[in-house]
Structure formats: structure tokens, C-alpha cells
Design a protein around this ligand. Sequence first.
Ligand code: FAD
Ligand code: NAD
Length: 405
Amino acid sequence: MRKPKIVILGAGYGGLMTTVRLQKHVGINEADIVLVNKNDYHYETTWLHEASAGTLHHDKVRYEIRDVIDRSKVDFIQDTVVEIKKDEKKVVLEKGEVQYDYLVISLGGEPETFGIKGLKEYAFGITNVNSSRQLREHIEYQFATYNMEEEKNDNRLSIVVGGAGFTGIEFLGELTNRIPELCHEYDVDYNKVKIICVEAAPTVLPGFDPELVNYAVSQLERKGVEFLIGTAIKEATPDGIIVAKGEEEPREIKAGTVVWAAGVRGNSIIEKSGFEAMRGRVKVTPELRVPGFDDVFIIGDSSLVINEEINRPYPPTAQIAMQQGELVARNLAALVRNKTELETFTFDNKGTVCSLGEDDAIGVVFGKKITGAKASFMKKVVDNRSLYMIGGAGLVLKKGKFNVF
Ligand code: FAD
Ligand code: NAD
């Protein structure tokens, strides 16, 4: 009898979690498992702010996929997904195509630019290893060039961060630790450096605990960040950005580096493949399938799951993507054994920790507020936990964070 073929697209948190659980749950004679990913490595998206600021080398945030998959059970294809032809049960790749009986789409998200002019051309993103490496290099280039020019251009030393969500704040935490090192390395006067964070909402980290937000803002301000709250980026230009606050006239802020960290949407492959989506995210069924397509599961940043308590979507996080991956692996094991009853997804929110550099953080864990060294320790526990869940103790020893004191 022909074995069903399970194809998993994307080796991020959701896809890798599905794969490593599936290789445990399903026997070699029960199904063929194929994992497709653009790169031969997985990167910890949740550590990219560190690689982007240059406080952690980009090789520390990635590891080889083949180190965590069982190659006797999983066929790994390094290729880029171009389109999903759901009616033909086929995935088109750059270098070929692959048929499936069951598909898991876990391709992550993309920056949401809301159609703002100039962002794609002139702003940097914190999206993957390539973009992080480019951003780190760009900032360093600005510092290195500053003293090369006869007429000093102080704008080279201005960095604008668009968005004070968790990504923007975590990046600022790393950046404020990195700047004194860069000043020292390139003989630049620290007082010439400007770091400006522009946030459209009336507060930093909208929706998060106000006491913790105040702590984060005062810590970052102390380290030199200027916050422009209730101010939206309207345009990015070769020289900086145009911002507007309420009814005030738009104004220009000159900056050599503009970082766009103002939100994510689902992967563009979703809309390109004709799935009904909201900002690239598909509202999945309780079993995490696409309505009308029982053979297709979507998890992670391209899926949309409603928090029934507040009737709003859960924010896309690694935490939810991994929990979805665990459930999908169990549901796929049931399907290949011809069981029709599948488990439904319930998010078990363990909390949120937001780093403010390597040595400081804020968080709510199991309902308790934490700040400072305690929160920073917790953040490293969370980082190591995701390594452990995917690659066990060996991966934690290889890539884990042990600088806890
Ligand atoms: P990803 O982990 O992004 O993986 C997607 C994978 O698909 C990647 O390997 C990518 O290379 C691959 N891929 C994409 N397109 C293609 C294609 N066309 N063909 C082939 N392969 C493709 N969440 C938390 O819970 N806690 C945190 O502390 C946290 N910190 C964060 C910090 C930063 C700086 C950022 C940016 C995000 C953070 N998040 C955090 C959010 C979290 O990283 C995402 O929600 C999570 O990565 C989503 O997982 P995913 O599996 O959907 O996608
Ligand atoms: P986000 O959507 O959470 O925050 C984006 C911020 O940008 C918002 O505060 C928004 O008001 C602001 N913004 C939007 N348009 C703007 C404009 N034109 N000008 C200025 N500001 C603008 O996005 P994110 O921070 O990238 O986070 C993405 C997801 O990843 C979220 O679900 C988040 O929870 C998760 N994440 C979690 C952590 C963590 O748990 N430590 C860290 C990073 C990201």
C-alpha cells in the first residue's frame, strides 16, 4: 500500500517542531515525511535583534537542520517555495515541485509595510539572517565612514527605529549596549549618536502592562533613546524619514539608518496561492486546517487563531507556533492511521518576556511581573527551552545561552 506523503514547508519554529515530533510519532512504514526550507539552516527568529545590533554573531543564532532531523525518516529539500497549488495537491519550488497528501504550511511572516512609501527601498528589517547581517554591517559602516569624511555628517550617527512593539524595544535594548562599543572602536564621540524610536500608538508596547512599559522606557531613555510617541512614520527617504503627529505638519528626521520594526503579516506565498487571508494570515479551523482543505494545515505567523476571551487574534509568536507544531504532529499521526477525530488547538500562554539588552528585561511569567536581572535570566531560560524542545540537551549545549549571571 502506498504510504501517505506529508510535506512540511518552512523549518522555523512551527515547521521544525512539527517535523521533530512527527519523526517520533510516526513509523518509517507509516508515512513519507518531506521538509522543505530555503536554507540548510534554521535561525532563531527570536534572537535576530541581537544579530542585527551586532551583540551576537549571526552564526550563534542558527544551526544546521540536518543536526536535528532524523534523516532516515525525513527527506530534507533545500529549495524555495514559489506557490502552492492546493487543488492539485502540489507545491511549486524554484527548482522543481513536490506532491503531497498532507501539507503543513509554516513559512513564517514578512514585514508589514502598510504600503508606506520608501520603506522597501530605504529601511532595514529584522527578518532573517541575511537582513540582520546587512543591518549590523550598515550601522558599522556608518560609524567607520564618519571619521573618513572631511566634512563630518552627524546624520550618519542617527538611527531611527520605527515601531515600539516587542521587536523594536528588544532591538533598542541591544543597540544601546552596542553603541558605546562602536564609539570606542571607531573613535566616535558618544554624544554625537542619536537613537530615535517612533511609535504611532499613544504608548510604547501597546497593550502590555503599563508598569513594565514605564520601566522599559526609563531604562532605554537612560541609555540614550528618544521616544516619539503618537507619531507615525509616513515615508522613508534616502536621507531619513517623514513623520507626522496628529494634526501637526509632517516633518523630516534625517538619519543614516532607518529600521522598520512595525509589525508582521503572513507570508506572501499564502495570498499568491489563493488562500483566503487577512494580511496574509489564514483563519484556521480548531484543528489548524484551512477551511475547505482538510489536507492542509497552516501554523505560525501565517495562521490566525482567535483568542475567544477577547475576540481578537493571538499575536503571532514563536510560543504559539511551537505549540501548534506539536498539535499538528499529533493530528497528522492520527490521520495516517485513518483516525478521523482530531485534536483541537488551545493556546497555553506561559507569558511574555521582552529583553532590554543582554542584562535587563521585563516580563509577565505565569501571571507574575518581573524586571531586571530576574527577567533577563528568565529570557535566557525561554531561549534555551526552545532549543531543548527541538534539538534536546545537545543543541542547548551547542547553542544555548549560559551568560546568566
Ligand atoms: P519562522 O520561525 O520565521 O520560520 C519560517 C521559516 O520558513 C524560515 O526558516 C524561513 O527561511 C522559511 N521560509 C520562508 N519563506 C520560504 C519560502 N518561500 N521557501 C522556503 N522556505 C521559506 N516570539 C516569541 O514567542 N517570543 C519571543 O521572545 C520573540 N522574540 C522575537 C524577536 C524578534 C526580533 C522577532 C522578529 C520576532 C520575535 N518573536 C518572538 C516572534 C517569533 O519569532 C515568530 O512569531 C516565529 O518565528 C514564527 O514562527 P514560524 O514557524 O511561523 O516562522
Ligand atoms: P507589533 O505589531 O507587535 O508592533 C509594531 C508596532 O509598530 C506597534 O506598536 C505599532 O503601533 C507600531 N507602528 C505601526 N505602524 C507604524 C508607523 N507607521 N509608524 C510608527 N509606528 C508604527 O510588531 P513586532 O514588534 O514586530 O512583533 C511582531 C510579533 O512578534 C508580535 O506578535 C510580537 O508579540 C512578537 N514578538 C514577541 C517578542 C517577545 O515575546 N519578546 C519579541 C519580538 C516580537
